[in-house]
Design a protein around this ligand. Structure first.
Ligand code: ATP
Length: 268
């Protein structure tokens, strides 16, 4: 197995209490015809850890996310979840193994209530689950779990509203509730701040911060300040390749990151 790409000098921000690996990405690559979208990326996410993946447009973040979630099968390398090789296992089985994830393109049923969306997600979230959907008692086990998940993201008070009446930011909060209702062992967030206003980003950041520290999170995010503010370690990619992995401070001050991500050199 290839070594983790963490920089040799980077101190482990989790200290001696670092948990066991829950996700091990080993030299993973994905080629689409002539395009090497992801090229030999290695990264390990430990129990209780939060990792951000940043990079400019076309860096390969989404492709990497899809390989971790099981939407896309890598053309090289391997992925382990909870010490099991899942490289060729699809998204539905990974979800049953404890992977909770959000989607870049909204996965919401916009004509249903907020609570019913989370109840559908609790039952597997498929279109089939919706076809056979019918209103249930307010206090059944699925509804109670759904209400708990809504409370975790601050949407408890909007549970009877129709989704199309929610703001864009609230819809993102709902998507996170739908990921949480399955009681995941790992949470994958795919560009959760995309398209949100500055105010909505603050709300989103706060709700992610307040999720239980025991839940490992891998966050793919174009918004560098959000990713750096929420995570223990950050990996920066460019053109499918690894650039640097380190603490948020190390990544923030890295000259290569400044140049390729912010498009400038430090002028100090
Ligand atoms: P963005 O922030 O713009 O979403 P990204 O970092 O998520 O970018 P990817 O979407 O993973 O980057 O794309 C990486 C490269 O792979 C790009 O050159 C893209 O055009 C290419 N690519 C991604 N998906 C496919 C596909 N299905 N078929 C062909 N090329 C693809």
């Amino acid at each position: 197995m290839a070594a983790d790409t963490t920089t040799a000098t980077a101190p482990d921000p989790r200290g001696s209490g670092a948990g066991a690996p829950v996700l091990v990405i080993d030299e993973v690559g994905k080629r689409y015809g002539g395009v090497q979208a992801v090229d030999g990326i290695s990264l390990t996410l430990h129990a209780g850890e939060r990792i951000g993946v940043i990079g400019p447009n076309g860096a390969g973040k989404t492709t990497l996310f899809k390989m971790i979630a099981g939407d896309v099968i890598p053309t090289s390398g391997s992925i382990q979840l909870f010490a099991k090789d899942v490289t060729r296992i699809g998204a539905a089985r990974r979800a049953r193994m404890g992977v909770g994830r959000t989607f870049q393109i909204s996965n919401l049923f916009r004509d249903m209530t907020v609570l019913d969306n989370v109840r559908v997600a609790a039952r597997g979230g498929s279109a089939k689950a919706r076809v056979f959907w019918w209103p249930q008692r307010a206090n059944d086990a699925v509804s109670n779990r759904a209400i708990d998940a809504l409370a975790q993201v601050g949407l408890h008070g909007r549970r009877d509203d129709i989704v199309s009446d929610l703001s864009h930011g609230e819809q993102r909060q709902l998507e996170i509730a739908m990921a949480l209702v399955g009681e995941p062992q790992i949470l994958l967030l795919d560009e959760p701040a995309a398209g949100l206003s500055a105010v909505e980003r603050v709300t989103l950041k706060q709700l992610i911060e307040e999720l239980p520290r025991t839940l490992p999170i891998l966050l793919i995010e174009h918004d560098m300040s959000l990713a750096l503010g929420l995570t223990d370690r950050v990996m920066c990619m460019e053109n499918g390749r690894h650039v640097v992995t380190g603490t948020p401070d190390e990544v923030r001050s890295n000259e290569t990151v400044k140049e390729i991500y912010l498009g400038r050199r430090d002028k100090r």
